[in-house]
Ligand binder design. Sequence first.
Ligand SMILES: [Zn+2]
Length: 772
Amino acid sequence: MNNSNLDNQNNSRRSFLKNSILTTASFALADLSMFAMSPFGTEMEKPEIPWFKRITRWGQVNITEKDPSMYDIAWWRKYWKRTQTQGIIINAGGIVAYYPTKVPFHRPAQFLNGIDLFGDLCRAAHEDGLAVFARMDSSRAHEELYKAHPDWFTMNEEGKPYKADDLFITCVNGPYYNEHLPAVMREISQLYHPEGFTDNSWSGLGRDSICYCMNCQKSFKSISGHEIPRKKNWDDQIYREWIKWNYDRRIEIWEMNNKVTKAAGGENCIWSGMNSAFITEQGKTFRDFKEICKRADIIMLDDQARRNSTGFQFNAMTGKLIHGILGWDKLIPESMAMYQAHTPWFRLASKPEPEARMWMINGISGGIQPWWHIVGASHEDRRMYHSAEAIFNWHKDNEEFLINRLPVASVGVVWSQENSDFYGRDEAEYLVDKSFQGITQALTRSRIPFVPVHANDIARESQKLSLLILPNLAVMSKDQVESVRKFVNNGGSIIATGETSLFNEWGVKQKDFALADIFGAHVIEVSQNQDNKPVAKFANGAYHTYLRLAHEMRKNVDGPSNGTEPAISGIRHSIFKGFEETDIIPYGGLLNPLKTDESAEVLMTFVPQFPVYPPETAWMREPKTNIPGLILNTKFQNSRIAFIPADIDRQFDLFNLPDHANLLSNIVKWAANDSLPVTVDGPGLIDCNLYQQEGRLILHLVNLTSAGTWRAPIDELISIGPLRIKVKLIPDVAGKNLQLLVSGQKLAGVVNNGWCQFEIKSILDHEVIVIS
Ligand SMILES: [Zn+2]
């Protein structure tokens, strides 16, 4: 928040109310103190919403060094208009300059030949009413600069510079960041007045390489009193402090760059470096997402395409996750490749249009703003020019429903970057990401709206939620543990998996779960290799493990007897609905024994590993153990507590077995206890996100059925329907009038007991239902 804006607040408020741009009647959701003066010269007197809260459709030609002489600006101006693009990102400086620069050693792009490409584009954009983000790349520079200023660059333990191909990697602690880049940004600002600055790669050397340059050595010594660690060692406190010191420096850079650009270009001339959608990736590059979001006016997200491992739905999840720490009144444009990105990359080939479309749509459904991204200004595969047009035009027509809204969900999935860093360490993708993705994928599959919740925000967010899910949230601070405890004491329900709360903030394993009393389960010391119990942390391909469901029903079942004693015949818990014809489910992990409290009801037990090959050996050596795989703690009157030591969330992400997802879904539905705000009946894979604005609910359904059938990319969409939908109404929404923003239909809702019911005939890609 910029305090100087507060002075403008009262003046701004009146004209804001008249302003048609955001007349969604949802302005109460916005942080009114953010409104500032317009950056555009002629309108300086008119207070209005700053550009970074107003520009919702972005575009970018990522300029190659060959482009300057052949950039057809007139054609692109028409393209901006065709796609309703409101802001563009233009390569300006950093590794190379796209304008005639006077900053020493700021090297012009190879084929620039004196052309002022950045200037020409910036002027054209401003003439057309577009905002401009000047794009920098701070990460590396050429040999000439290295030779002149070797102390501006990173250095390994042997005193050799870190390099990427023939470029040299710059050091975040040296004059390159403190003096050279600010000089470049000041020059660009003074010459061209871009609205703001962004940076492709601003956070310097990643975690896997330690810089030993003089500036780093001096800084770390003065702050910590120690020498920079000689090697990576997560068990070494000095190494852990080195991690924190690196994080702090990136935040300093964020603040310093904003100071520089605002001093040069005015209060609204912000700097916002690009960020990754992957928390583990943010950790590896020392970008503390929560601290960044506290300081950011807009998040420029770089996540260009879906991956087979996470699907389109990852984009909506990312939007909700970032809004959770950024606020829902700010914007998150995301760079979306119109060319073939990932597995494999073809920068010059068009991404199939349905693939590009679904990535854009799914992001929009999670509160992300679209930003078409093309590499190079002239293409022989012209199909990529057409991919953004329809969605961008639809976005313009329906923008008021797509921003400034709050999510409606009763389920929160808790995450923290510290868990990735200090528990995940070098295996965070496996230990942390897979558990988080497994549970969020299971929720999407079950059409259960959810919001990611940062572990520090539990107290704030939990007031709106009835269930918190802690997917292997191993690292928890004392405050985080206390906020969970408070949530439970107030009647909230908990699902926790794996090693949740077993590690302190630095990733040091504790004697027992900090939440042991909530789980009704305690760690017991087991010596390694005792009885051949967990010998490896996770089963490998040569062994298989299972989970046994409590209350087997061997009487009157259709199947041969196996000669064992008659098992308990009884009614199974509702979480085993759909599992009537099995007493076991596949697992895939290993488990240690636990001590359980009297109030704990063990509903699944572990079946230890036995061989897969040869088939003759594939029989259970130990069919029954008392090692818990799933515990319900019945101690709490109003709260429903499920602790799942068996990490079926991670197993689902690893193996995609429906048993894991269905069981997770059943446990969530039981724990959420009738609090879910929407049900959708009918076949298909559908991502459901529900929002509210004043006087209306907005349900965004994205049809992922086509994507669910094989792997990226898709080139054909398959429609689904009819779908029978029920949405729980909120106080100021009557539920009678339904407006469908994609098909254009108007429907009448049937209102019954506080629920609105209706049917949708078919959905090809997506549908947005506005309920009022
Ligand atoms: Zn350094």
